[in-house]
Design a protein around this ligand. Sequence first.
Ligand code: GLU
Length: 306
Amino acid sequence: MPNYADILKEIEEEIQPLFSQGKVADYIPALSTVNAEDFAMSIQLLYGKSYHIGNTQHKFSIQSISKVFTFTLALKAYGKELYKRVNHEPSGNPFNSLVQLEYENGIPRNPFINAGAIVTTDALTSIYKENTFHTILEFIHTLTNDSSIQYDETIFCSEYQHGYRNMALINMIKSYKNIHNEIDDVMQTYFKQCSVMMNTQQLAQSMLFLANHGTNPKANEALITPSQAKRINALMLTCGHYDASGDFAYKVGLPGKSGVGGGIVAVVPQKMAICVYSPKLNSQGNSLIGTKALELFTTKTNLSIF
Ligand code: GLU
């Protein structure tokens, strides 16, 4: 087995020259107040050990990583029916793009761009009504075995007040009759799920079921079917980094999902889940250092899926 503790130390050293690059997200004002120099990385093996480096206790806003949780819940509830409302192809467009939606009659390309995640949250709202956010949070608590995880009210309000593009997206989708609930109810849940605060240890833990054919290894409980786990991993690989998904697959070679809060989760099937945090982003809205750290990790360990 590779010496993961040493590999994490090497990665931390090798990323140092990159700290001058990238830019913290500021279109959600409350996100711009984070410490731009922060770095943390956690590896959680399927059974047993975990390895950590950096500020791994620091909780940050999970943002689009939440889309993995909501897509999992929606796929579990609706199965293939969900694909009538949200597709499973890469978009090749930025995370908050409006253009494709009009050409494609309000059916978002995939559940990991904002449009698709909003439809997914709407689908959950049809089932769980006013308890939708509570259901999402409880799912996160189950995955992490940690009920202290909550959302951040300041980040939620900040995004709610500045969510012009997301409001445009949901209005456009609703005009195509692909939103079934009240716009405000869906957006409140969407912004709350994005502002859930977790650290790298908790996030790595939360993704283990995807490394384990859909079964939560702690409780040995099947959360979704192996086939559904395969589909979620496939979508993370092809769509998890918006218009940089190809680049991430090319450099890192693992299913992964990023968030504009600076986190990236990645899955090594049958082996482990990883989370890295560094809030400065590249031009496609993905953590710049996080992407590099994961590239170094798969290069040093040969643990890419390819
Ligand atoms: N809450 C963010 C938004 O909707 C999510 C985007 C992301 O993390 O990539 O703009």
